[in-house]
Design a protein around this ligand. Structure first.
Ligand code: TYD
Length: 139
C-alpha cells in the first residue's frame, strides 16, 4: 500500500568481552533510519484491554510507529484496501505517510507504542471523520 511500509531498524547486540549478551540497542537518526526530520515523539502506554485508538488520517504528517514492548495491531487503509500489521519487534518500524486511515487495537498488557512524527502537533492536519476521509482520497 502506498505510504505504508515496514522499516527494518538497526538491532545492535554486541556482547561483552567474555561473549555474554548485553541486550539490544536500536538507534534512530532522522533522515537515516526514518525518512523525515523528527519534530515530535510521543508514546502510548497502559492502554486498557479492548481499547482501540487512532480512527483518523493525517493530511501531511508522516509517522513511524514502533512497539517497544508487547504487541499491538495496526489497521491501515488507503480507502480502497486495508491491511493489519502486528508490531512486536522493537527493531521494526511501521512508516505511515499522509492520507492513511489508521486504527490501533489489541494492545497487549504492558505494551508500549512509540511514535516518531515529522511535524509538531497540529489538530488541523487530522481528518477524524471517516466519510470525509473517503471523500478526500476519492477526489
Ligand atoms: P490522538 O492523536 O487523537 O490519539 P489517538 O489517535 O491515539 O487516539 O490524541 C489524543 C489527544 O492527545 C488529543 O486530545 C490530542 C492530544 N495530543 C497532543 O496534545 N499532542 C500530540 O502530539 C498528540 C499525538 C496528541
Amino acid at each position: 500500500m502506498k505510504n505504508v511500509r515496514k522499516l527494518q531498524l538497526r538491532d545492535i547486540v554486541d556482547p561483552d568481552n567474555l561473549g555474554r549478551p548485553r541486550g539490544h540497542l536500536t538507534p534512530i537518526e532522522e533522515l537515516t533510519d526514518v525518512p523525515f526530520d523528527i519534530k515530535r515523539v510521543y508514546y502510548l502506554t497502559r492502554v486498557p484491554e479492548n481499547t482501540s485508538r487512532g480512527y483518523h488520517s493525517h493530511k501531511k504528517l508522516e509517522q513511524v510507529l514502533i512497539c517497544l514492548n508487547g504487541n499491538i495491531k495496526i489497521k491501515v487503509s488507503d480507502g480502497k484496501t486495508e491491511d493489519v500489521v502486528v508490531l512486536s519487534d522493537p527493531a521494526e518500524g511501521l512508516y505511515i505517510g499522509p492520507m492513511i486511515w489508521r486504527e490501533m487495537f489489541d494492545f497487549s498488557p504492558g505494551s508500549v507504542l512509540l511514535v516518531l512524527a515529522s511535524e509538531h502537533y497540529d489538530e488541523s492536519d487530522y481528518i477524524r471523520d471517516y466519510d470525509e476521509y473517503l471523500r478526500c482520497v476519492q477526489e
